[in-house]
Design a protein around this ligand. Structure first.
Ligand code: NCD
Length: 304
């Protein structure tokens, strides 16, 4: 039985297969509308979500399957003190596959250890978010036709942003990908990523707080919000939250064929005037997330 807890649980070949399947689903959705008939997906969300949970549910419904689940810890037995291990033991007999989001790093790993069905990590604390990474990769691959030979700028909260951590982990495996890591000093990437992922793989990267300076070099600009819920005090959040705001004036510095991605939700970090720029693809990206989750569900259930 396969789980998806970290982006590295998929080899580059498996990843490529899922992305290609996602692209085929995008072109011929009707071909796949019955493949999960009789199957159920449980969404176990202990933390707020809009896109991830609903795109998982839409994905399973599009495949002809059914969905069940909860969308907050308060409305589950976690509020009564039930452990993740006990919950997943029970859910294993109610559903065929599950997606779990949890504020604690490692909770989906614990779930996978006690589960009889595939567990998908839909975000664990500030750690990983592998299905957002699948969404980001299918977006880049579909729009640019490649995942190698590019300069990727990542801007905002690189310390707590789990989507950033997972995307770096996944992209270092493609040749000649270079990173420009743009953040305030307090929100730079965690040390383990710098040492164990970037340095260990001899990846070229620059850490800076100057977005405008590096804008002309970027092929992708991955914007992120400052992760309010992971701060220990509100003053720091307020001081840092508007460190970078992408607006039409800054977009003037960018290449004509650069793309702006954002996992969403957006707060202030992208001015709404940028939405009409053809290089702003974050809403398209959210749409692609459904196709790639359809491909992932099929893969983990052995239906591809
Ligand atoms: C992200 C997350 O939950 O980490 N959202 C998402 O799943 N698209 C990004 C965020 O919350 O900032």
């Amino acid at each position: 039985m396969k789980h998806l807890i970290s982006p590295l649980d998929l080899s580059v070949e498996e990843l490529d297969h899922i992305l290609c399947l996602g692209q085929d689903i995008m072109k011929n959705p009707e071909k796949y509308s019955h493949v999960c008939e009789g199957k159920k997906l449980a969404t176990l969300f202990y933390e707020p979500s809009t896109r991830t949970r609903l795109s998982f549910e839409a994905a399973m419904l599009n495949l002809g399957g059914k969905v069940l689940g909860f969308s907050s810890a308060d409305s589950s037995s976690a509020a009564k003190g039930e452990s993740v291990a006990d919950t997943i033991r029970v859910i294993s007999s109610y559903a065929d596959i599950c997606a779990m989001r949890h504020p604690k790093e490692g909770a989906p790993t614990v779930a996978a250890m006690h589960s009889e069905i595939p567990v998908i990590n839909a975000g664990d604390g500030g750690h990983n978010h592998p299905t957002q990474t699948l969404t980001d990769l299918i977006t880049i691959k579909t729009l640019m036709g490649r995942l190698d030979n590019m300069t990727v700028g990542m801007c905002g909260d690189l310390k707590f942003g789990r989507t950033v951590h997972s995307l770096i982990n996944a992209m270092v495996r493609y040749p000649n990908v270079r990173f420009i890591l743009i953040s305030p000093t307090e929100l730079m990437i965690p040390d383990y990523l710098r040492k164990e992922v970037l340095d260990a793989n001899n990846i070229e990267y620059i850490e800076t707080n100057d977005l405008e300076k590096f804008m002309p070099e970027l092929d992708i600009l991955y914007m992120t919000r400052v992760q309010k819920e992971r701060f220990f005090n509100e003053e720091d959040y307020i001081r840092l939250k508007d460190s970078f705001i992408l607006d039409a004036a800054k977009m003037e510095y960018a290449k004509k064929d650069m793309y702006v991605l954002h996992p969403l939700p957006r707060v202030n970090e992208i001015a709404t005037e940028v939405d009409n720029d053809p290089r702003a693809v974050y809403f398209k990206q959210a749409k692609f997330g459904v196709y790639v989750r359809m491909a992932l569900i099929m893969n983990l259930l052995g239906l591809d």
